[in-house]
Design a protein. Structure first.
Length: 382
């Protein structure tokens, strides 16, 4: 940590500057030579310790040298900041090392200080006070180490709890997806299958009639088309079930332009009105989310045009912009009093669902009258 390292460097500079100014003076007499050698060893070991804090072996060696040299330096020059070296060693050992290793380095520091202090005739009060200081800082280091270990254990437990919660949430989501898949399969797929069977039976019965009237031919055509829509709906239901269960990788969808062209062709095949489809911009592959949102928007807009404005021409435009795509479906509003037999069909939540889908993808959907037309426009990042 930069702040702590800065404080350590400041203390080292303080020791290097003040110790030579205290007695015994640096290099004067035997005690002065001892101070010079011990101070040099402390400085080298201190710098080495700061550089190799993340390497266990070199760190222990640096602390051991600094402890021995710091104890000697404090014993020779007890009335100077030389004691700071021993204080740093004992507290750092208690925090960073195991109890046995830190106790050994602390004992080494205290022994070096006592031996040197007794040899130089240091006052007994100073000897006892400094020893108590070294041992007290060692105890503080042990307390700090216990706190750090508890914090690391708490952080590890929190990470495990978070992973367990994420796994539980994912399992719940998978279970909900499986439930929805079952509902789709049991309700929609079975219903569509029953409708398909009945449409095939109706087609067969109508085909056996001898009447060559255009109404009968139109009825047969409508039944055939409804059967095709039903089979397409069953295929989409199967794809939805497969995607929800994530039991297999569904085949990649066709390009969006081809999908919309197919929708327009199906709308034209109904014979209600013409559909003008155009694409602008540079075509490119799209992610599944934006492509599906665009497809569902066009599908819903065409369905609404058939229900609310039957017989009115429809314009469908797909635009590829650098950072988004947009689709716009517009149709002329029907005249007042026009017959709309399908206007009451549906639950009325189609556009609401499309707006929600667009919002989930970071896009916007607008729908409403403009210049005598009803326009539905989706813009979504892609």
């Amino acid at each position: 940590m930069p702040l702590i390292d800065g404080i350590r460097i400041l203390v080292l500079v303080l020791v290097l500057v003040t110790v030579p100014l205290s007695k015994p003076h640096l290099g004067v007499g035997a005690d002065g030579v001892t101070v010079a050698i011990a101070l040099a060893c402390v400085a080298v070991a201190w710098v080495a310790w700061m550089l190799v804090q993340r390497r266990f072996g070199p760190m222990i060696t640096a602390l051991a040298v600094m402890g021995a040299a710091g104890g000697v330096l404090a014993g020779v020059s007890p009335f100077s900041p030389a004691v700071a070296a021993g204080c740093v060693v004992t507290s750092a050992a208690g925090v960073r090392l195991s109890t046995r290793m830190s106790l050994a380095i602390t004992a080494e520091t205290v022994a070096a200080f006592l031996i040197t202090g007794l040899a130089t005739g240091a006052p007994s009060g100073t000897l006892a006070g400094y020893c108590a200081l070294f041992i007290g800082l060692y105890a503080f280091g042990l307390t700090r180490r216990a706190y750090v270990l508890r914090a690391e254990e708490a952080e590890h437990a929190l990470a495990q709890t978070r992973r367990a919660l994420e796994a539980e949430t994912q399992a719940a989501a998978l279970a909900e997806r499986a439930r929805i898949a079952r509902e789709i399969h049991d309700v929609l797929a079975h219903s569509l299958a029953a409708v398909s069977v009945n449409l095939q039976a109706a087609e067969g019965l109508l085909g056996e009639l001898d009447d060559d009237s255009p109404e009968l031919a139109k009825a047969v055509e409508c039944v055939v088309r409804a059967g095709a829509f039903t089979r397409e709906g069953m295929a989409e239901a199967r794809r939805a079930v497969t995607a929800l269960r994530a039991s297999a990788s569904p085949p990649p969808p066709a390009p969006l332009a081809d999908q919309l062209a197919a929708l327009a062709a199906d709308y034209r095949a109904d014979g209600d009105a013409a559909v003008e489809f155009s694409v602008t911009g540079v075509l490119r592959p799209l992610a599944a989310g934006p492509a599906l949102a665009a497809y569902r928007t066009v599908q819903e807009a065409l369905t609404n045009a058939r229900k609310h404005a039957p017989g009115q021409p429809v314009t469908l435009r797909l635009e590829f912009a650098p950072a988004e795509i947009s689709v716009q479906v517009s149709n002329l509003l029907p005249p007042d009093g026009a017959v709309r037999p399908l206007a009451g069909a549906g639950a009325g939540y189609g556009l609401t669902g499309l707006r929600e889908r667009a919002a989930l993808g970071g896009g916007t959907l607008t729908a409403g009258p403009a210049d005598g037309q009803w326009r539905v426009c989706l813009r979504i990042p892609a």
